[in-house]
Design a protein around this ligand. Structure first.
Ligand code: FMN
Length: 185
């Protein structure tokens, strides 16, 4: 038996993206964003409401995107429920440390192993932000022997909007563009 649940904003899983920016005084900020995806080759799209982060992005024309990991669930959630408009030292409270990107005017959060460094392409009146990925920055610990990112080493988490929970993504259960070949005649 199947049930109709009506129109809901469900998509499983959603990413836990931590958007890093600098404010007008060079103070780093971060916010949690689940409504983000790839728009085109090298181009990310994030849907943002009006936040300190959006002010910062417009000011610096840049932002970083880190992928949250299970070691920092509490901190990732914290930056999603508190605004830098109210708490100036938000990152200090989260105990996040940052270094400036070599490529764009945005901070890289050291606690997260992978960051996309993005320059702003545009932000429209609905808060749809398009960013060009200028560089991907990763810690050596999450690279495989060929120097590619091995996500199974990242302890990556996802967000699920039905129960407002964070899940760890761990098990590899298949290989894309390959497993389906078994059924191809
Ligand atoms: C799990 C989660 C996902 C979120 N996703 C988004 C999102 O996609 N877009 C958005 O505008 N806000 C999102 N938020 C809310 C912002 O992270 C939150 O308003 C934050 O405090 C903004 O910080 P700032 O004002 O310092 O930029 C999310 C929060 C959580 C906890």
């Amino acid at each position: 038996m199947r049930k109709d649940l009506g129109s809901k904003t469900y998509l499983f899983p959603m990413p836990v993206l931590i958007i890093g920016t600098y404010d007008d005084q060079g103070l780093p900020n971060a916010m949690n964003a689940a409504w983000g995806t790839i728009r085109d080759y090298g181009i990310v799209e994030i849907n943002l409401g009006p936040h300190k982060t959006t002010d910062n992005i417009l000011l610096k024309k840049a932002f970083s995107i880190a992928f949250a990991t299970k070691e920092y669930v509490k901190e990732a959630d914290y930056v999603g429920i508190v605004s830098q408009n109210e708490v100036k030292n938000k990152l200090e409270i989260a105990n996040f440390h940052t270094t400036k990107s070599k490529f764009v005017d945005a901070p890289i959060i050291e606690e997260f192993p992978v960051s996309l460094e993005c320059s702003l392409i545009k932000m429209d009146e609905n808060g749809v932000v398009l960013g060009q990925i200028v560089n991907v920055n990763a810690t050596e610990e999450v690279l495989d022997e060929k120097g590619n990112i091995d996500v199974t080493k990242m302890h990556l988490i996802a967000y699920e909007p039905a129960g407002h929970r964070y899940l760890e993504l761990t098990n590899v259960v298949g290989h894309a563009f390959k497993d389906g070949l078994q059924l191809k005649k």
